[in-house]
Design a protein around this ligand. Structure first.
Ligand code: DX5
Ligand code: ZN
Length: 215
């Protein structure tokens, strides 16, 4: 199975993203957490930072938008050059139109769900998306514990994806103790912040996580 490991720069040095990205050459993509202080109670960075990272990073970017009104903003992140742009289902008024705008700008379109969000409305729409992000913690902060209740949700999304080319991403609390369970449940794209940038050798951490995920 294809396994993608995405270190989250939420756990990197905010004054030295370029240097920290250079420390993870084994990663598949760089996960960029955009938080607006409204959809989640934390604030990170926005389009100018992502634009600059897209222009300079040797690795492709996966942008996780934790913002209100993604219908308005998501397309800009795709136009900036991100390979994947994921917005939250809870925040989007027009998720299908927003996903189509992301695709039209040349990126993969992702939709994210918080741990308590019902999956019923989303699963019939999978043809509109290239990635489903099943949050495995409440979004907003790094370093939280993986929610075991996520495993059944991951498995349900995996069954619904079938043979579509839709990445099944998990984000939050992924590390050596949890990544194998998430992979067994059906995830193929793994975000890890503290389990990568909290380590002395972040690239070795990426390689270890990949092996534990079966990649
Ligand atoms: C949390 C963010 C995550 C965060 C994960 O809301 O979406 O991407 O960086 O951090 P860890 O891997 O430390 O749980
Ligand atoms: Zn994230």
């Amino acid at each position: 199975m294809v396994v993608r490991i995405e270190p989250s720069i939420l756990s990197a040095d905010f004054t030295a993203f370029a240097a920290d990205i250079a420390r993870i050459p084994s990663a598949d993509l760089v996960h960029c957490d955009v938080m607006d202080g409204h959809f989640v109670p934390n604030l990170t960075f926005g389009l100018p930072m992502v634009q600059r990272l897209a222009d300079t990073s040797a690795l492709p970017l996966d942008v996780h938008l934790m913002i209100e009104d993604p219908d308005r903003w998501a397309r800009g992140y795709a136009e900036a050059g991100a390979q994947v742009v994921t917005f939250h289902a809870e925040a989007a008024a027009s998720p299908i139109a927003t996903a189509r705008a992301i695709r039209a700008a040349g990126a993969r379109a992702g939709v994210a769900v918080k741990p308590a969000t019902d999956l019923d409305g989303l699963l019939p729409l999978l043809d509109e998306f290239d990635q489903v992000l099943v949050m495995t913690v409440e979004p907003g902060f790094g370093g939280q514990a993986f929610l075991p209740s996520s495993l059944e949700r991951i498995a349900r999304v995996r069954r619904a994806i079938g043979d579509r080319d839709v990445w099944l991403q998990v984000d939050g609390g992924l590390g050596p103790e949890t990544i194998a369970d998430a992979a067994a449940a059906g995830a193929d794209t793994f975000v890890a912040g503290s389990a990568v940038f909290g380590q002395d050798d972040p690239d070795a951490a990426v390689q270890r996580l990949r092996a534990l995920a079966g990649g």
